[in-house]
Design a protein around this ligand. Structure first.
Ligand SMILES: [Zn+2]
Ligand SMILES: [Zn+2]
Length: 360
């Protein structure tokens, strides 16, 4: 099959033929319909998330089940599915405790780019090729069955691909924030995760929703999707602006920018007694100094949230899509053939895209 292979960090992806094996126990082979391109993929391409090459990335996968491995019961060949970027084992302590987004088995292999048994399903000339969270930038992908959710027949399979990371992470952000009706919330970052979060905040009854970003057209889209106010952090001091418009800061700040500056912004702008939910994923080595005294005196709660629970949260997200309360198509700003993926990467790096769909 054809796949977009990264051979070395900061090099363009190479579209080439690779071998894919059969799915093993508990695994499912998907014929890919579309895969969204996320910043986390670009972090791998740039070596900021150091998954060892050769590697095939792509983790917002939609497609049709081609073949199932032994013991698979959740899907069958022909099913239309989306894959989450989290592949829960279903058996570890966290999975059993209802926190499958923090699957202990998956967390061991995530950055190694291999399946839970330590091996890979892709190869070329007998040499192993790894995958990052699924390997959706290819004609086929193999993932664990617990990552998958069936998609209703009447739903556009291409567009719901972005639920796999942007949608699920937005959902997890709302769950972790435990917002109450009418709460004022700031969302820092208006990429795929930020815009998902804004839509889901509106669906969850938040009060004022302040979107913070640097691109005018993305902030306009944030207003269309549910933000009540916007702050352009290139044009104004965002912390001062947020504090002023909320009389001391929002009850909750959701950080979806995933870099040192935006994390500082989140910690500095939250209201005394408030909560900061970190969902944007910075490069693996990112460090920030924090003003500990103001965290202590302010009783600020800071929590990290990683994605959401595929088997529990994804069906709920699909229901919100069905009702029109969450629209994944508003995150999609482009559609590229697999051969054109390097163009899509460039657009994302330059901030000119939200989600591009890569179609094999
Ligand atoms: Zn697990
Ligand atoms: Zn992602």
């Amino acid at each position: 099959m054809r796949a977009a292979v990264l051979h070395g960090y900061k090099e363009p992806l190479s579209i080439e033929d690779v071998d894919i094996s059969q799915p093993r126990a508990g695994e499912v082979k998907i014929k890919v319909k579309a895969t969204g391109l996320c910043h986390s993929d670009v972090n791998v391409f740039e070596g900021k998330t150091p998954v060892p090459p050769p590697v095939v990335a792509g983790h917002e996968i939609s497609g049709v089940v081609e073949e199932v491995g032994p013991g698979v019961t959740r899907v069958k060949p022909g099913d239309r599915v989306i894959s989450a970027f989290i592949h829960p084992c279903g058996k570890c302590g966290n999975c059993v405790a209802g926190k499958e987004n923090l699957c202990e088995t998956f967390s061991q292999v995530r950055l190694k780019g291999v399946m839970p048994d330590g091996t890979s399903r892709l190869s070329k000339d007998g040499k192993e090729i790894r995958t990052f969270l699924g390997g959706g930038f290819a004609e086929y992908a193999i993932v664990g069955e617990n990552a998958l959710t069936r998609v209703p027949e009447d739903m556009d399979l291409e567009k719901v691909a972005v639920l796999g990371c942007a949608g699920l992470t937005g959902y997890g952000a709302i769950s972790s924030s435990r917002i109450e009706p009418g709460d004022t919330v700031a969302v820092i970052g208006v990429g795929g995760v930020g815009l998902s979060t804004i839509q889901l905040l509106r669906a969850s009854g938040a009060g004022r929703i302040i979107a913070v970003g640097t691109k005018k057209w993305k902030l306009e889209r944030a207003m269309e999707l549910g933000a009540t106010d916007v702050v352009n952090s290139k044009e104004t001091d965002p912390v001062k602006a947020i504090k002023e418009m909320t009389g001391g800061g929002p009850q909750v700040v959701i950080e979806a920018g995933g870099n040192e500056d935006t994390i500082h912004m989140a910690l500095d702008s939250v209201r005394i007694g408030g909560k900061v939910v970190l969902v944007g994923l910075p490069p693996a080595t990112a460090m920030i100094p924090i003003k500990v005294a103001s965290i202590v005196r302010g009783g600020i709660e800071v929590v990290g949230n990683y994605g959401g629970r595929p088997r529990v949260d994804m069906p709920k997200l699909l229901e919100l899509v069905r009702q029109g309360r969450y629209d994944p198509s508003r995150l999609v700003t482009g559609r590229f053939r697999l051969e054109e993926i390097n163009e899509a990467v460039k657009m994302l790096e330059e901030g000119e895209a939200i989600r591009s769909l890569i179609v094999p």
